[in-house]
Each structure stands twice: as structure tokens, then as C-alpha cells.
Design a protein around this ligand. Structure first.
Ligand code: G4P
Length: 540
């Protein structure tokens, strides 16, 4: 642990950072909310910019278009903007066809998340998956219940569903006054005032405020809706816990805001919550040699950070890759020399990128919480740590158990060496997960189907291998650890047909169904079945 006091300027800059992602099910309103947040931050002037990109993404599945859209999705991978003296980094979580393991991994690089729930639909499948990933690090969650301008479900019903399904306590901060055509605004439970909503009118900074729940003005303006609101608030006071910052920071309680993203209503409250409540960059645990595990403090002067995402071939003309790198301590400056810990050598960091709204710009300066994009030709892998000399490896950047599987078969059997090499490299890069079965068959695992498309195309372009991916009858994968060698050998003998090895040679159980996994786990209580695995280079 360093004993140097934190440099005051660095400490001040770190405290001003907020790094977060939006988690939601497709169509809940993530793109719309992103756009409104950027508008508030002045990062984009034109409404519709983010939206237009999204439509371009959906227009076609032709490969060149996929390349193009991936280029586009890179520029929106990280959006940095200023708000009230704070620097906010919004990390994109690709959610439609481009849903992939990256979507999960992005969540390992944020300090908070905003969960968008469609108030007509409630908690949906992808939200559950993404929240479970946030839970691995107890990431604080702010909840935005969206689309109150539509006929939606009862707010109490929605909160009960969030609490029941997601196992997180809800502390409502705003509460709707009416809904659908009769949506009149929200009551701020902490400020004890109503913020009024006028359909079609975008509330930018100062909407109309009516103070006090028993204010007679509310009775005259909203005679049909105010009674219900007063009843609800009484119920909330009795039934819902008040907002507790500590519980929010521990990931146990989520403040809930109601609004309508498309009408820009409730968006500013989300930004305010990010600034007032969401944490600045947090200390991170890392293995070091020779000292063992330690917490890296964000305002430590020495630069450290890790790669959480690799984007390849963004521009077909330049076969480069961008490693997305989260700074965990110190300060980035262009031209600095850093240690690539896994490779055991030094490299120069120059011309790192950040992505201001939709342009690439050269990053001049960055501190903990900021994301930089580092050009490289395959030297950097997911999970790699760079430091200013220290032999250190950050933990908590996992591989996630794939949800989709394909068996790889070659059209030209003479190319099997190239296939092996290609899959090994693409697997190491994190584009796809690769398992080898008994007998040498290669199995691919992904979280989203686009991953298979990209890998097929990259095998063709970069390795000149024409491979066919066939459906494989596998439900999920679990990494295995054994208490002793005897158990391992017995397990291997009995389960040979369901065993494989991952890219680093770790044993993996490939379950044919959930039932199969449950039965096997029950039969082998001493064997541990892990749904994630750390990237390789963790030290200590
Ligand atoms: P996503 O990124 O989570 O997939 O969602 P997105 O923002 O694209 O929103 C999905 C749809 O929901 C869009 O409609 C969007 O306009 C609509 N929407 C978002 N927020 C609100 C809201 O507060 N109220 C209402 N009524 N609708 C909302 P679409 O028909 O798919 O697109 P568009 O034709 O409106 O652009």
C-alpha cells in the first residue's frame, strides 16, 4: 500500500468523475434516455442523433453494414460529457442484435448503473441478466421507470415486481401524479413538491414546481388525480423505506424515479442523482507481486487500469483494434510509458482516444473513472492491466458463461491448423469463447448471435478459413474446481462426454440442460461449478 499522500489536484479531479452505464431490456427507452442525458450535458445539439444511429444499426444485416454499424457503435461506446462541474462517462451497453459478452463486461468498468424499466412491461429478461452482473460487484443502481405518458401498470405493482424479481429494495424518490393521457407530473418525496408535466413540452431545467402535497393549487389544477397521489404518498410513508445513501452505495437499495424519457421528463432528476448520490471512481482490488492482494485507490499517483473490451476492425481500411481501458488510478498523459504486466514489457501510450458524442478526439488527460481507447494490433487482451511499473493485475473482469453454442466445422479440412490458430486468437481477444472437446472438436460459446457472425467473418478475412457453425446441443457451461485430484479423476472419468477445456486449458462442464446441470451438481457436491471465470493474468 502506498504511503504517499494523494495529490490534491488528482483527488479533486477523481471526485468529479461519475462513470456509469444504462441497463435495460430492448425498447425500454435506453437510447432515448441516453440522448436526453447528452442533450443536458451539451454533448449533442441535435435531438435524434443517437436515435438515427440506432435506426442505421437495425436497417440491415448485410456484413458490410455490420462493419459499418460496429464502427458507429464504437463512437458511441463511451460518451463523456460535463454536467454541473462534473465529468460524466456514460458507457454503452449494446442491447439489440449487438448484445454480446461485451455488454456484460462493460458493467465491470462502471461505478454505477441506471436501470430503465418500461412501466407498461415491468421487469424484463435482459434487465434481470444485466442486474445480476451488476450484483457481482454490488454496483449501485438508480431506477428510472419510463413511459408514464402511456397507459402503464400501477406503480406499487411495479415496485413489488422489481423487489421480488430483482431482489433489491426500492426507495421511491419521485411518484407519478396520474398516468397515460392524465399524466400530470411527479411528486418529489424528498423535496415535497410536485413537478408538473405538460405533454409535448420538453422540460429542460425549470419546470413548474408546486410546493407541498396539501397545496390547494394541486386541488384546483388536478382535481381528478390529486386524491390518488395523496393516498399513495400515505401508503409509501408507511410501507416503503426512506432513501438511505449507504444502502444504495452497497447495492442493496435503489432510488426509484418515474418519468418519460421521450418527453425529457424526469431525466434531470436522474442526472442529479448521479451527481449527488452515485459514487466517484471506487478503489479496486488487484493482485500484486510480491506483496499479495491490495486495494488500488483512485487518487494514487501511479497510473493503473485494465482493458475491458476490444473492438477489432472498426475501419476496414485499417486493421487495427481498439482496447477500451478503464483508468483506475493516476493520470494518463499522452506519450507516457507504461508496463504491460502480462506481456512483461513496457509500451508507450500515445494518441489514446476518447469519444465525445459522435466524434473521435485525441485524449489529452484522463484520471480514474475515465475510459481511453488504445490502438493496438492484438497485443492487448481483455483483463490486461497496464501500470507505471508495478507488477499488478486487476480482478473482477470475468468471462461469463455463454448462453449460445455452435460447433465449428471446416469446409476445407486442410485448414484445421488455421482454424485452431484463429479461434485461439479470437478467443484470447474476447470476441468469442472457445472450448475444445474430447477428440479435438472446437465448440464456440457466445452471449449474443452477432458474436458468431463476426467471428465467421473475421476467420475468413484474417485467417482465410471458411468455417461453418452448426447448432450444438448445449445449454450452458460451468468452470470446474475440484477439492482434490481423486475427485477430479473420478469426475473426469464419469463425465468425459460432457467435459471440455477452455482456451487456457481450464476444465469446463458443458451441460445439455438446466436439469442436467442441477443433477450433476447435486451428485458431485464437492465439485464447484462456476458461472464466470477471471481472465488469466490475475496475480496473487
Ligand atoms: P431502447 O434503446 O431501450 O431499445 O429504446 P428506445 O429509446 O429506442 O425506445 C424504444 C421506443 O420507446 C421508441 O419508440 C421510443 O420512442 C419509445 N419511448 C422511449 N421513451 C418513451 C416515453 O417516455 N414515452 C413513450 N410513449 N415512448 C417512449 P419507437 O416507436 O420504437 O421509435 P420511434 O419511432 O418513436 O423513434
Amino acid at each position: 500500500m502506498t504511503t504517499t499522500p494523494f495529490p490534491p489536484e488528482l483527488l479533486r479531479d477523481v471526485e468529479k468523475r461519475r462513470t456509469f452505464a444504462i441497463i435495460s431490456h430492448p425498447d425500454a427507452g435506453k437510447t432515448t434516455l441516453t440522448e436526453k442525458l447528452l442533450l443536458f450535458g451539451g454533448a449533442i445539439q441535435l435531438a435524434g442523433t443517437v436515435k438515427a444511429r440506432k435506426s442505421a444499426r437495425h436497417a440491415t444485416s448485410d456484413w458490410m453494414e455490420v462493419e459499418k454499424q460496429r464502427g458507429i457503435s464504437v463512437t458511441s461506446s463511451v460518451m463523456q460529457f460535463e454536467y454541473q462541474g462534473h465529468t460524466i462517462n456514460l458507457l454503452d451497453t449494446p442491447g439489440h442484435e449487438d448484445f454480446s459478452e461485451d455488454t456484460y463486461r462493460v458493467l465491470t468498468a462502471v461505478d454505477a448503473a441506471v436501470m430503465v424499466i418500461d412501466a407498461a412491461k415491468g421487469v424484463e429478461a435482459q434487465t434481470i441478466k444485466l442486474l445480476n452482473v451488476c450484483r457481482m460487484r454490488n454496483t449501485p443502481i438508480i431506477t428510472f421507470v419510463n413511459k408514464l405518458d402511456r397507459e402503464v401498470r400501477e406503480p406499487f405493482d411495479l415496485l413489488a415486481e422489481i423487489e421480488g424479481v430483482l431482489k433489491i429494495t426500492c426507495a421511491p424518490v419521485t411518484w407519478p401524479l396520474g398516468m397515460g393521457k392524465a399524466f400530470r407530473g411527479v411528486y418529489h418525496l424528498l423535496q415535497k413538491q410536485v413537478l408538473t408535466f405538460t405533454p409535448g413540452e420538453e422540460r429542460r431545467s425549470d419546470g413548474e414546481i408546486i410546493k407541498g402535497l396539501d397545496n390547494a393549487e394541486l386541488d384546483s389544477r388536478f382535481p381528478l388525480e390529486i386524491g390518488q397521489l395523496r393516498e399513495d404518498v400515505e401508503l409509501i410513508d408507511g410501507a416503503s423505506p426512506p432513501f438511505e445513501l449507504d444502502e444504495f452505495l452497497a447495492g442493496q437499495q435503489t432510488p426509484v424515479f418515474f418519468g418519460s424519457g421521450i418527453n425529457n421528463f424526469g431525466v434531470q432528476e436522474i442526472l442529479q442523482a448521479l451527481i449527488d448520490w452515485a459514487p466517484p471512481p471506487q478503489p479496486r482490488i488487484a493482485g500484486t507481486q510480491p506483496e499479495g492482494t491490495r486495494m488500488v485507490q483512485p487518487a494514487e499517483p501511479a497510473f493503473t487500469g485494465f482493458v475491458f473490451k476490444i473492438q477489432a476492425n472498426m475501419d476496414p481500411k485499417h486493421r487495427d483494434r481498439i482496447a477500451f481501458f478503464r483508468i483506475c488510478s493516476g493520470r494518463y498523459s499522452s506519450g507516457m510509458k507504461v508496463r504491460h504486466v502480462r506481456a512483461g514489457r513496457d509500451m508507450k501510450l500515445a494518441n489514446a482516444l476518447t469519444f465525445m458524442a459522435n466524434e473521435r478526439v485525441i485524449m489529452e488527460d484522463g484520471v480514474a473513472g475515465d475510459i481511453i481507447g488504445i490502438h493496438n494490433h492484438g497485443q492487448l487482451q481483455i483483463g490486461d492491466t497496464l501500470s507505471e511499473g508495478e507488477n499488478i493485475g486487476f480482478k473482477g473482469i470475468p468471462y461469463f458463461s455463454p448462453e449460445l453454442f455452435r460447433a465449428a466445422r471446416l469446409r476445407d479440412p486442410l485448414k484445421s491448423k488455421q482454424l485452431q490458430k484463429g479461434l485461439q486468437e479470437l478467443g484470447e481477444e474476447g470476441a468469442i469463447q472457445v472450448f475444445e472437446l474430447e477428440g479435438g472438436q472446437m465448440l464456440l460459446g457466445a452471449v449474443g448471435v452477432l458474436q458468431f457472425e463476426i467471428v465467421a467473418q473475421r476467420l475468413k478475412d484474417e485467417y482465410k478459413v471458411d468455417a461453418i457453425f452448426e447448432p450444438a446441443d448445449i445449454h450452458t457451461a460451468r468452470w470446474l474446481t475440484f477439492p482434490d485430484d481423486v475427485t477430479r479423476r473420478n469426475f473426469e472419468r464419469e463425465q468425459a462426454l460432457r467435459l471440455g477445456k477452455d482456451i487456457d486449458g481450464n476444465p469446463v462442464y458443458l451441460a445439455s440442460s438446466r436439469y442436467n446441470l442441477e443433477v450433476t451438481a447435486e451428485k458431485w457436491p464437492k465439485v464447484t461449478f462456476h458461472a464466470t471465470r477471471e481472465h488469466g493474468q490475475v496475480l496473487a
